[in-house]
Design a protein around this ligand. Sequence first.
Ligand code: FAD
Length: 457
Amino acid sequence: MNTSANATPHITLIGAGLAGALLATLLARAGWRVDVYEKRGDPRLKGYQGGRSINLALAERGRHALRLAGADEAVMAQAVMMRGRMVHFLDGRTDLQRYGRDDSEVIWSVHRGELNLILLQIAQDAGANLHFHRGLSGVDFDARIARFRDDRDGSEHEVGFDSLVGADGAGSALRAAMGEVADLGERTEFLGHSYKELEIPPARDGGFSIEPNALHIWPRGRYMCIALPNDERTFTVTLFLPNQGDPSFETIRDGADARALFQRDFADALPLIPELERDFERNPAGLLATLYLERWHLDDRAVLLGDAAHAMVPFHGQGMNCAFEDCVALAERLLAGGDRGDAFAAFQRQRLPSARAIQAMALENYLEMRDRVDDDDYLLQRALERELAQRHPERFMPRYAMVTFHRMPYEVAFDRGQRQRELLVELTRGHDSLDSLDWDAVDATVRARLDPLPADA
Ligand code: FAD
């Protein structure tokens, strides 16, 4: 334990997942003494044992943080570019809806396990001390002692700390310990839908069996499938279904039910997933929920970030990106010096509104992905959106672009997105193509209603 003002600052991180490893790197590189305690074993020795989504969409916010940590190059070496959404209609037609203007505005599919390995290695190289098989089991905040349990032999270990950072994910043990001594205003809202992962193997010739540079979507109203490419030429398919109703995880119970569902609703995907029954029966269904927390820190003794503070549903592909942005924000506050409690409070003031905004946008995106990407009104609004972004680049930017390709605070993107959406609905009302629009009137409306965009953070 180290509390003297001019000694090297010390911090204790809980969780060596995505956020924990990145924050450890940022602080260790700045000369801090960093100890990271992780419940699982070292994935560099035994292979990645993660329980959740196999691949993730990485966007600009996440890449910016990776650049600051010196990890971007290594991560990008195994990333697969996704230019847009490839929508698979029920009749088998497909349509690529680009995310941005060109290949400078794309997202990247990265393998969670490989990403974690890279980040752990970079954290260790930066000087962070990584302790594996150390699951936080309790905290005495008055004595500043944390207790860890070794899952191999059940032994308990006590460690003194100055401050704890909870990067231990949605089921955070640190959050539970903080909740025992303070009211964190915690509330979890379950979506009522869950997910299951399936795999598309490489084609017979060893290449990708469908277009690799896209995020594939099979929107079907109340439910959907998506598929993201992996660098070993497979795709991870995620089936999202309601928990109740028909179809749901209540009615689709085994591999045979899953095959019948795919035959009816995802017919072009079915031949691509040869082990559908095995994958469906072997892989667990993951719950989806949003975690709202009013209070992220306990004076200077503990603070939460990433999923531990604000888990969200995965439909904007931003949970990790947001967690990485948290790491940069917290590192900046800590490295500025001064009182740690003040730094934690300032971090919460900055990031809580941002987290709330991206949580709301992630929920909205579920409806958009499963129900709107093949709807005529939506497609016309998207066409106008693209046109306005070209005619007024200083005033109009699609919300997806603000969230994905830029780093303005999420709440700014949320607010502008709402105003822009109202405009799109208004301008396309009564039209079924852009040809009948009065462009002088459209341009004047945009200038009158939207002030110039703020510069990126
Ligand atoms: P985690 O990655 O969960 O890491 C927590 C770490 O803490 C783990 O290593 C865990 O073992 C460890 N730990 C847990 N308990 C303890 C304990 N008691 N003591 C010590 N260590 C502990 N985000 C995106 O940006 N893009 C996407 O495309 C995307 N897709 C997703 C798809 C799905 C299906 C899901 C479920 C999520 C997706 N996300 C996505 C969200 C993303 O996975 C999370 O936001 C991200 O993993 C959060 O990182 P974290 O470090 O906060 O938590």
